[in-house]
Design a protein around this ligand. Structure first.
Ligand code: NAD
Ligand code: UGA
Length: 457
């Protein structure tokens, strides 16, 4: 029997790592990741991968050109494959009907049309992208309307990896979710996709459902996770007003096994390319199905997140006599979380934009986010940034002569800095961290930072 061939359309933060793991675990499967973006594919084929994830580089370099390939030859690779994963971006629509809430499915639709056009025999088409419930119906209609004589089964297999821990999440997932049509042919396709993951994931962790449950479970999982963060952030505001300590409250409630300890870290708000877009999409779907009360319930998760980000800026301003004009603010961390080079929807974008509006000068340092990515997310050019935004190559450099430090991403290396020494080289300092009050050195030390002296920072 010939080896199974997989083609994944979309070489992004999901397509790249996910396919690298499948190739790594299934030496009998040939995996090709395709993308229209030539620079991205060239980077996947180089020593400088476009995605930073701990452990990714090792797995790519071990398997690339053996059973893992990256190519821009979309049509040919699709034609040759038995199983095609669609792993393209599904951003919030920013035009026309549903603008600002609905998912923009044009990339998914274009993949479906491309698959139908490519022909090459019967195929299993797997939705890996996060999509609104019932998208599989659209994909199936497009595939079937091609009348090319081939039959298609559409499967939903949403991805639950988190950036920064993608490789361990993929290697040891809490569950793999596979939804398919309840017909006999649909179930055969489900089993074929199950057989891929079953090469390394225990069978009891592979959940199979109908198509719509699988699609909706992905949006629901992200909405529940985002809701937990907004809930603890809401309580952080009350803690600051009442002298309760939000970490202590989180620990106290998290020991209740019904609540659980994870995802209770109060922050400057959640970021990343998915939480906001997926909650907005859920709200859009609720309105589409005429459930306005349900939509309003979830919309509050986003409102609370906005409030938390603005609250951070307000407190920073308050603590600096309401003006940061001409003051140097060290921005430590720009990625939306540690261990990733991804700055999409990072809370740092809004915070830096607000500080620039207040005429602060920023000295930004992030271990992995590139200068280009910072400039493009801020909407500034290299020219306009001159004199206002400095790109530093170390945290110490950013902090020198700064009036304040805004710790925006919890990179481990920031914990290791000697804040006592940094303090000595600062201007008129104030340290803020993760949606909390001003911290002094002693408080910093208590939450795991290297700071020996005692006194107001
Ligand atoms: P991404 O933007 O990093 O990558 C998507 C890639 O698809 C891009 O490189 C783009 O060029 C390519 N593409 C778009 N249309 C194409 C086409 N017609 N043909 C070939 N290539 C095409 O996106 P991502 O972060 O990998 O997310 C992909 C999907 O996975 C989204 O639906 C997202 O919601 C979901 N998801 C993301 C994460 C995450 O952590 N980033 C986790 C779980 C699920
Ligand atoms: C999230 C989910 O965790 C994944 O399961 C999902 O697959 C993915 O979205 C997706 O669909 O894209 P990700 O956004 O990569 O993963 O990272 P998270 O660890 O969830 O962090 C998201 C944001 O929440 C970050 O800004 C983080 O700082 C913030 N966060 C997280 C908190 O503020 N507090 C917490 O306790 C946890």
């Amino acid at each position: 029997m010939e080896a199974m061939k997989i083609c994944c359309i979309g070489a992004g933060y999901v397509g790249g790592p996910t396919m690298a793991m499948i190739a790594h675990k299934c030496s009998d499967i040939e995996v090709t990741v395709v993308d229209l973006n030539e620079a991205r594919i060239a980077a996947w084929n180089s020593g400088d991968l476009p995605v930073y994830e701990p452990g990714l580089e090792e797995i790519v370099s071990q398997n690339r050109e053996k059973n893992l390939f990256f190519s821009t030859d979309v049509d040919d690779k699709v034609r040759e494959a038995d199983v095609i994963f669609i792993s393209v971006n599904t951003p919030t629509k920013d035009y026309g009907s549903g603008s600002g809430q609905a998912a923009d499915l044009r990339f998914v639709e274009s993949c479906a049309r491309g698959i139908a056009r490519a022909g090459g025999g019967d195929k299993i088409v797997v939705e890996k992208s996060t999509v609104p419930v019932r998208t599989a119906q659209m994909v199936k209609e497009i595939l079937d309307s091609s009348n090319n004589g081939h039959s298609y089964q559409v499967i939903s297999n949403p991805e639950f990896l988190a950036e920064g821990t993608a490789m361990t999440d993929l290697e040891n997932p809490d569950r793999v979710l596979i939804g398919g049509d309840t017909s006999d042919a649909g179930q055969v396709a489900v089993e074929k996709v199950v057989s891929i993951y079953a090469q390394w994931v225990p069978r009891e962790r592979i959940i199979t459902t109908n198509l719509w449950s699988s699609e909706l479970s992905k949006l629901t999982a992200n909405a529940f996770l985002a809701q937990r963060i907004s809930s603890i952030n809401a309580i952080s505001a009350l803690c600051e007003a009442s002298e309760a300590n939000v970490d202590e409250v989180a620990k106290a409630i998290g020991t209740d096994s019904r609540i659980g300890p994870k995802f209770l870290k109060s922050s400057i708000g959640f970021g990343g390319s998915c939480f906001q877009k997926d909650v907005l999409n859920l709200c859009y779907l609720c309105r589409h199905f005429d459930l306005p009360q349900v939509a309003e319930y979830w919309e509050q998760v986003i409102r609370m997140n906005e409030y938390q980000k603005e609250r951070f800026v307000t407190r920073l301003l308050d603590s600096m006599f309401n003006t940061v004009s001409g003051k140097r603010i060290a921005i430590l961390g720009y990625a939306f979380k540690k261990d990733t080079n991804d700055a999409r929807e990072s809370p740092a974008i809004g915070i830096c934009t607000r500080l620039l509006e207040e005429k602060a000068n920023l000295a930004i340092y992030d271990p992995r986010v590139t200068k280009q990515s910072i400039l493009s997310t801020l909407g500034w050019s290299e020219e306009s940034a001159k004199g206002r935004v400095e790109f530093c190559t170390s945290a110490e450099e950013a902090c020198q002569k700064s009036h304040a430090i805004a710790l925006l991403t919890e990179w481990d290396e920031f914990k290791e800095l000697d804040y006592t020494k940094i303090y000595e080289k600062m201007h008129q300092p104030a340290i803020l961290f993760d949606g909390r009050n001003l911290l002094d050195l002693e408080e910093l030390r208590k939450i795991g930072y290297r700071a020996n002296g005692i006194g107001r920072v």
